[in-house]
Design a binder for this molecule. Structure first.
Ligand code: F6P
Length: 358
């Protein structure tokens, strides 16, 4: 049985660890695992290659993905789909593992009725990997823990220089439309305020929130030498514009206040995966390839936790399989703030927001 594996969408630290698990467990099960280069772009162009144990062992500890990743514009079109299906037939793939986020798993679902060379249907398994942690049916995605650690380390460094100069820093972190990474990093970095898209505020309200955080921080501790504000990327307000408006707002209440902006951008997505991400990726990879070998298809392997309803898998008590269609529906509901988990996160975000002001 030939199993293709690809990494797609924004890369996430730990993707290589998942590739290693898939390659090693696959080999132990007697399967042939082949890597697809550059996500769906490589699939429709027929760029497949073997993955050696040496390569995946070397890559295991590295960020990025040895297979490369891409956001294909052609794959979702009828021509792209047809080309991908041709590759599946020509390369005699019986199964495909997709490691990625929302868009990548949408692609996996679209291929779950593809025909294989022997007339069977392609078996498809998804593994959640996205620093945004914005997928339903998994408590955690590969890459989130490393990204959070990177942000916290960056904030610690920023706080050194902020303290030296008695400055306020607004640090923007990635996360697309989700405030998860910003919120968790803000707590772990000891921030004074956090700006989250889930709060749905206006520009004036964001400015007021930062200004009040600065005033509260300097008021309760006149010797305070730094204020740290974490802003999620999903808050649609340019950092320079926010800074200018905040400076204007505190001009009389905090004369001499000195603010700076740092946009961490793609720094957050790179780097050596943490032990947690390596383990998470290894366990998800192990369960996924075992399930495919046993004939299961059309699922995503998720990490058990809040918002994950299904029972643990027979391969790992922490791993839960959910049909891809349900994963995508749950994700859409979560992004609209309609799931129990989204409501719970919102409540915690609101509580934390006011506590940070104290
Ligand atoms: O989904 C991961 C992510 O890093 C988001 O946090 C961010 O909004 C987006 O990808 C950036 O995409 P790109 O690397 O294509 O600019």
């Amino acid at each position: 049985m030939r199993v293709g594996v690809l990494t797609s969408g924004g890369d996430a630290p730990g993707m290589n660890s998942a590739l290693r698990a898939v390659a090693k467990v696959g080999a132990a099960l007697g399967l042939v695992v082949v890597g697809v280069e550059d996500g769906y772009v490589g699939l429709l162009e027929g760029r497949l290659r073997s993955l050696s144990m040496r390569e995946v062992d070397d890559a295991f500890r590295k960020g990025g993905t040895v297979l490369g990743s891409a956001r294909s514009k052609v794959f979702p079109t009828p021509e792209g789909q047809a080309q991908a299906r041709d590759t599946i037939l020509r390369e005699k793939l019986s199964a495909l593992i997709v490691i990625g986020g929302n868009g990548s798993l949408t692609g996996a679902l679209a291929l779950s009725d593809a025909k294989t060379f022997d007339g069977a249907t392609l078996r498809v398994g998804g593994i959640p990997a996205s620093i945004d942690n914005d997928l339903g049916a998994t408590a955690l995605c590969i890459g989130v823990d490393t990204a959070m650690n990177t942000i916290v380390e960056a904030c610690d460094r920023i706080c050194d220089t902020a303290t030296a100069h008695r400055r306020t820093f607004i640090v923007e972190v990635m996360g697309r439309d989700s405030g998860y990474l910003a919120m968790t990093s803000a707590i772990a970095a000891g921030a004074d305020a956090v700006l989250l898209p889930e709060s749905g505020k206006t520009k004036e309200q964001w400015v007021e929130q930062v200004a009040r955080a600065m005033e509260a921080a300097y008021q309760r501790d006149s010797g305070k030498r730094r204020v740290l504000v974490i802003k999620a990327e999903g808050v649609k307000l340019d950092c320079a514009e926010l800074k200018a408006a905040v400076d204007e707002r505190v001009r009389t209440t905090l004369p001499g206040a000195d603010t700076r902006v740092t946009v961490l951008g793609h720094v957050v997505r790179g780097g050596v995966p943490t032990a947690l991400d390596r383990l998470l990726a290894s366990r998800l990879g192990n369960a996924t390839i075992r399930a495919l070998a046993d004939g299961q298809s059309g699922f995503m392997a998720g990490w058990f936790g809040p918002g994950v309803a299904n029972k643990p898998s027979p391969y790992d008590p922490q791993i839960v399989f959910t049909p891809l269609k349900e994963v995508l529906e749950e994700t859409a509901r979560m992004l609209r703030g309609e799931t129990e988990l989204a409501r719970w996160r919102r409540k915690v975000f609101d509580e934390a927001e006011s506590i940070l002001l104290r």
